[in-house]
Design a protein around this ligand. Sequence first.
Ligand SMILES: Cc1cc2nc3c(=O)[nH]c(=O)nc-3n(C[C@H](O)[C@H](O)[C@H](O)COP(=O)(O)OP(=O)(O)OC[C@H]3O[C@@H](n4cnc5c(N)ncnc54)[C@H](O)[C@@H]3O)c2cc1C
Length: 426
Amino acid sequence: MERPTRHVPVVSEADIVRAVEAARANQGRVRALGARGSKNGSHRTSGVALHLERYCRLLSVEENLVTVQAGMTCGDLNAALERRGLALPTMGEWKQATVAGALLTGTHGGSSRHGILSTSLRRLRLVAGDGQARELEKGDPWFPHVGVSLGALGVVSTVTFECVEQFRLALETKVVSFERYLSEYERQNRENEFYSAIWLPAADSVITYSANRTAAAGGSARRGERFSFMTLLLTALARYWNIKRLVSDGRFRRLAIGASGDILTPLAIAPGLANAVWQVARTVRATEFAVPAERATGTVMELDALLRRHPRSLANAIGLRATAPDDFSLSPCHQRECFWLDMFFYDRPPFVGPLRELFERLGARCHWGKHLALSAAHLRRQYPRWDGFVEACAQLDPGGVFANDFTERCGLVSRPAGRGPVLQHR
Ligand SMILES: Cc1cc2nc3c(=O)[nH]c(=O)nc-3n(C[C@H](O)[C@H](O)[C@H](O)COP(=O)(O)OP(=O)(O)OC[C@H]3O[C@@H](n4cnc5c(N)ncnc54)[C@H](O)[C@@H]3O)c2cc1C
């Protein structure tokens, strides 16, 4: 596994520039680290690791344009926006992800009316492989490549979001049967501004979360987390007992009302604890597949049939949600609305082969912050602008300063001469 040769705390953009210039001069490497929540090693480096925990201030608010340093967490961003009567239209569920890490991995929420987090990006400052800081705006030719770029094009220094007026949400949680979820999915997804779910295949049940704007002030701001100790326990119990009676509407029904940030981003688990859990659960893979939205119900039915043949393959429930299309070259929602299936499974035969075959046949893409369960060759075919991204990488990082095992395995970088061959994984 790649290990950094040096750890450098960042407190100003000059620290980033210095680290990149030194790496360039010595044919070394650099990676910015966020909260290290991604589960595929994309943040690893064999060179200098830049720590942005202290590079996390709010820099400016000009009407609805808010600029922050790249290491700010999504939870702190939500809180800062709320104090100013602003909000982001949508968010991922984890408070501790950094804004840069979340943007660059294509982090998303659950709404087919809103895109991934990067669709709120208006401008960013990028320290590219030549050590120069560039300001890239929406409309700039690099912009569609940089918005979801896994740190391969440079270190993001500051980020400007286009915000909306603050809003409150009423979120209703309930349990429906698997059949009812399938028959209602399209209507519910259309009628609710935010709509996501947790599917417990062993209980033939789905816990649904529908959220819409409200002027109501009351209610509890605390919403239940979709993936929780309870869903973990139920999945474990399902190996030995029939859990259908345990997943009842009475047990899970709830109404939570609160600021959009609190409702959309409820998960507060500390990065250290999240990583410790992953160290213990080494055989479990966390993957999120993105299939074209029109295949949503068909995909769930096919996956259900596969899981019936392999009933002990899951380590947790399955998350379901949708996101609107966008134009970022490596966004899983590139030019198509996506239906996401968030899975935690044991990485062992005979399940993983058929799982990969199923999702490759369905034309799936993968969340870039989670385990990539699909082959690099398949992924490359899913992105019409993949080669354009690799070309951008060659121009912005000609010396391969930001390359690492992950970008090489995926074929996301064109390696400079003298650094060995590009590895293509299956
Ligand atoms: C508990 C939990 C809940 C989650 N919930 C969701 C969810 O609801 N929706 C969703 O879509 N995803 C979700 N994810 C995935 C998550 O949002 C991201 O994959 C990840 O956490 C990104 O943020 P990070 O700060 O951890 O970045 P890291 O994992 O540290 O880094 C991600 C990548 O970005 C690069 N990077 C980081 N900062 C910079 C920078 N300043 N400049 C250049 N490159 C940089 C890194 O090198 C790496 O390649 C969740 C993850 C966890 C652990």
